[in-house]
Write a protein that binds this ligand. Structure first.
Ligand code: SF4
Length: 226
């Protein structure tokens, strides 16, 4: 009980400091409606947001509705997104997902976790982003590679799988910060707590972090020596 309490307090301190460090932290994918959001998030799996934004600038001009994606030719759509990782699979997921959206949801992106995760190629992470930013529904915490790495470094979880990490974080992070937590972790992961060479000496969380290179030998993200 005492440990849980102090972990919760530490999580709150971490959030407060990151909110101060990154006051404008938010999603970095470009989109102008829910369908574009869903497709941008699907494209962003294992790909940078910058690259996705470059591709979607033209893509969303060419395909402007779920019907348009649903009726797209597989090879042509794959070609249109060919600078993105796993473009063939992603083109197929997008076509299948949009076919379902057209036939079962009248062309609108569904607004529940269970309906979203039934869509082809849509997992809990994608669904959480779409619910949060497309529908203003916060059901969980989006766990991407930055959240996964930094939460472990900070000792907020010892789990490996995104689903279990999310469950741990939902215990520690106050619900009003569930959405922002992800963006703060992503900004901190890009600016300071990078995968290969975190800048612990310049980190606003240094005194709260059990992985800090300044006084710890082990990176808790990997459980290996720094
Ligand atoms: S102290 Fe180092 S490992 Fe810990 S959060 Fe900061 S940059 Fe990351």
């Amino acid at each position: 009980m005492g440990t849980q309490r102090s972990d919760t307090d530490r999580a709150t301190q971490i959030i407060d400091r990151l909110l101060e460090a990154y006051p404008d932290s938010t999603i970095s994918l470009n989109y102008s409606n829910r369908l574009e959001l869903l497709i941008a998030v699907m494209l962003s799996a294992q790909c940078t947001d910058e690259r996705v934004n470059t591709v979607t600038a033209d893509l969303f001009e060419k395909y402007s509705s779920a019907e348009a994606f649903a009726e797209a030719d597989q090879d042509e759509l794959a070609e249109d997104i060919s600078s993105i990782t796993y473009y063939n699979n992603k083109a197929e997921y997008i076509r299948n997902t949009c076919q379902t959206i057209v036939t079962e949801y009248d062309g609108s992106v569904p607004d529940t976790m269970s309906d979203l995760t039934e869509l082809s190629g849509v997992g809990r992470k994608t669904a959480n982003v779409v619910l949060q930013h497309g529908h203003d529904i916060v059901e969980g915490i989006v766990v991407d590679t930055h959240v996964q790495r930094i939460s472990r470094r900070l000792g907020l979880t010892t789990e490996q799988s995104p689903k279990r990490i999310e469950t741990d974080l939902m215990e520690l992070v106050p619900e009003e910060h569930w959405q922002q937590f992800t963006h703060l972790m992503i900004d901190h992961g890009r600016a300071t707590c990078t995968a290969r060479n975190p800048a612990c000496a310049d980190c606003v969380l240094e005194d709260l972090c059990p992985s800090s290179k300044l006084d710890n030998d082990v990176d808790l993200a990997s459980n290996e020596q720094w």
